[in-house]
Write a protein that binds this ligand. Structure first.
Ligand code: AMP
Length: 619
């Protein structure tokens, strides 16, 4: 097991001192990039040297241009359907997971198959959260390259502690697509603690709380630090609570004061926008003074700090309730918490600071800019990985990702590159054919999205799965990597407990140069790989819908009119043709057409079936 520092440009193995690895905070509202030079952290600012925050917003111009950051933010109100924000909320998510907040987003999210990953539609093009995030990363990368004066190819990217495997993998993929070798995905609270120096000393043994209140989200994490390793004991929070809600209470207060109804705001959008901007300004000003007043459209508005604090009290209390729950889940009490780290722009509000300090019964860590702490910590982690902190022991890591082949020859990484060794991970799969008895598990090593370009380590067949309908078996594939690099892969059908396993030496017969070459290939081919992957996924999803709609017709003959059946068949035929002959956007459009047509029919069928099943029953 070794770290392989390679130069992405020419594929040579680099000397450790040559590399700058950047730290990136890829946020829901804002993103930042930082690096370390001669031991000092620099958070990269815009060209005017003023602002380090890049709004995580992407605007698609009607001419196909892409704009990211403050420029895109200014289009949010005027051009909402072409301006994408909060992409982080969609990373690694299926439509099923995001249905409940679809209304909150001003752009179009596509639902063809509840279990498929979310897509975003602008004009007739479909985008994935991964490709959208990569646009933000590209802008950050360019910003840093300009500041440092040389090309950057390696990064550490932070994610919330509660991100699952799929969300972390999506973040890695976004990095790869932006031309970055993602050395490590680090938890945001861990990065924030590092920025305050917590955990940098290997003797440190502490339990700490990280309280993160941003513009739109809140989370608290309880971390245990031991031997330089951070373990997340618990997390809690509210993905829809933040500084935006503080702005809203001020707006509502002013609407009441001035007798402005929702109808007035609807007919006068600019007034709504002005109120929102003034409310945010008021909130910020009240962090350092006792009163705020201004004039909006000829209306005097004002608010005092005391009134503001009264208005947000219950919101702040909600965050403290979450802190309580996090402590309970970690089976700890306030006395066990040695430090509290404050993260996120909204922790500048004095009432927030004071309430958190009172709750944990101690002074909180708030000296660093709360918007920048995560990026700073990420840069520190990057510096450690670059080997610039000799006092810091690096853990053994896997040099290449390990995964299995899934439908269409795609690589599904189970243990991502740079994971700690020993370690393990698992994922559940199912069958795609009714009554399928055997399932081949082919194991690969490498970074390419298609297994044909990766290195095959072995394969085995999980036999004697009891006959079940497609999609019913629950097959868990577990990868366990021991300290010597021996990989054990186990597959088990959980319902019947049928299982098989093999052992493989994952690094056998591969040199550092070959590994470097594989890594280089993956980054150079990231764009075309991701395109092929998207096409294969669209074909696969389309095929499932073609089959599902045939099943739907068969099961609902008596409910459907002959012309409806004919129309479904026309649309199915169109989709089948697109799968055979066209690209992903056309396939997605045909899926959407078929789906739009069948959704009301499916609802009708469901009502009918419910009525049928209730007939003759007393309720
Ligand atoms: P973040 O998501 O961490 O970038 O946090 C952004 C949030 O912090 C927004 O709701 C901002 O309005 C808020 N914020 C920024 N500066 C201040 C300030 N001085 N006082 C209160 N809230 C602030």
């Amino acid at each position: 097991m070794a770290k392989i520092p390679i130069n992405i440009k020419d594929g040579t193995v680099q000397k450790e001192e040559d590399q700058t690895i950047v730290g990136i905070d890829l946020g829901t509202t804002n993103s930042l990039i930082a690096y370390i030079k001669d031991g000092d952290v620099t958070v990269v600012k815009d060209e005017q040297g003023k602002n380090s925050l890049v709004p995580s917003i992407i605007h698609f111009g009607s001419n196909g241009s892409i704009e990211v950051g403050a420029g895109a933010r200014s289009k949010l109100i005027s051009n909402p359907e072409r301006t994408i924000y909060s992409v982080k909320r969609l990373m690694g998510k299926a439509y099923d997971d995001v249905q409940n907040f679809e209304d909150y987003l001003g752009y179009k999210i596509i639902n063809e198959d509840e279990a498929a990953l979310v897509k975003i539609k602008v004009d007739d093009k479909f985008y994935t959260p991964v490709s959208l995030s990569s646009e933000i990363l590209k802008v950050l990368k360019a910003r840093a390259e300009k500041a440092i004066g040389k090309a950057i190819s390696k990064a550490v990217i932070t994610v919330p502690a509660y991100f699952n495997d799929a969300q972390r993998q999506a973040t890695r993929d976004a990095g790869k697509l932006a031309g970055l070798d993602v050395m490590r995905i680090v938890n945001e609270p861990t990065a924030a603690s590092l920025a305050y120096g917590l955990g940098l000393n290997r003797e440190d043994e502490k339990v700490i709380a990280v309280y993160d209140l941003g513009g739109g989200t809140f989370d608290v994490s309880i971390l245990q630090i031991q031997n330089g390793i951070f373990e997340v004991l618990s997390t809690n929070g509210d993905t829809f609570l933040g500084g935006d809600d503080f702005d809203k209470v001020i707006i509502n207060q002013w609407k009441t004061d001035l007798n402005i109804t929702d109808e007035v705001i609807k007919s006068n959008k600019s007034l709504g926008q002005q109120l929102r901007l003034a409310a945010e300004e008021a909130k910020k000003q009240l962090s350092s003074s006792d009163n705020f007043s201004s004039n909006i459209d000829g209306h005097e508005v004002s608010i005092s700090k005391t009134t503001f604090e009264d208005l947000i009290k219950s919101l702040v209390q909600k965050t403290l309730d979450s802190c309580n729950k996090a402590l309970k889940d970690a089976e700890l009490t306030i006395k066990d918490i040695q430090h509290v780290v404050m993260v996120g722009g909204s922790t500048r509000v004095p009432l927030v600071k004071q309430s958190v300090a009172d709750f944990f019964d101690q002074e909180v860590f708030d000296e660093l800019d709360p918007d920048e702490v995560v990026a700073k910590g990420a840069a520190l982690q990057a510096d450690i990985l670059a080997g610039n902190r000799k006092d810091f022991l690096l853990l053994d890591i896997t040099p290449l990702s390990l995964g299995i082949e899934t439908v269409g020859g795609l690589m599904d990484p189970i243990i991502p590159r740079n994971s700690k060794v020993p370690g393990g991970a698992g994922r559940q799969y199912t069958t795609s054919v009714d009554g399928q008895k055997n399932l081949k598990i082919a194991i690969y090593q490498g970074e390419r999205d298609l297994v044909e370009f990766n290195r095959k380590l072995g394969e085995f067949i999980l036999k004697d799965i009891p006959p079940m309908a497609a999609g019913m078996p629950k097959i868990e594939v577990k990868f366990m990597l021991d300290a010597d690099g021996i990989l054990t892969v186990k597959a088990e059908e959980l319902r019947s407990k049928t299982e098989t396993q093999i052992e493989i030496k994952s690094t056998y017969g591969i040199s550092e140069e070959e590994m470097a070459k594989m890594l280089l290939d993956s980054i150079q081919n990231a764009e075309s790989d991701i395109k092929i992957k998207a096409l294969l996924e669209a074909k696969n999803e389309g095929q499932n819908i073609v089959l599902a709609s045939a099943r739907f017709i068969k099961q609902n003959q008596e409910i459907l009119e002959p012309e409806e059946i004919a129309q479904i068949n026309v649309l199915r035929e169109n989709l089948s043709k697109a799968i055979k002959n066209d690209g992903k956007d056309k396939i997605n459009l045909e899926m959407e057409a078929l789906n739009n047509y069948t959704t009301p029919l499916a609802e009708r069928a469901m009502d009918y079936n419910i009525k049928q099943s209730l007939q003759g029953k007393k309720i």
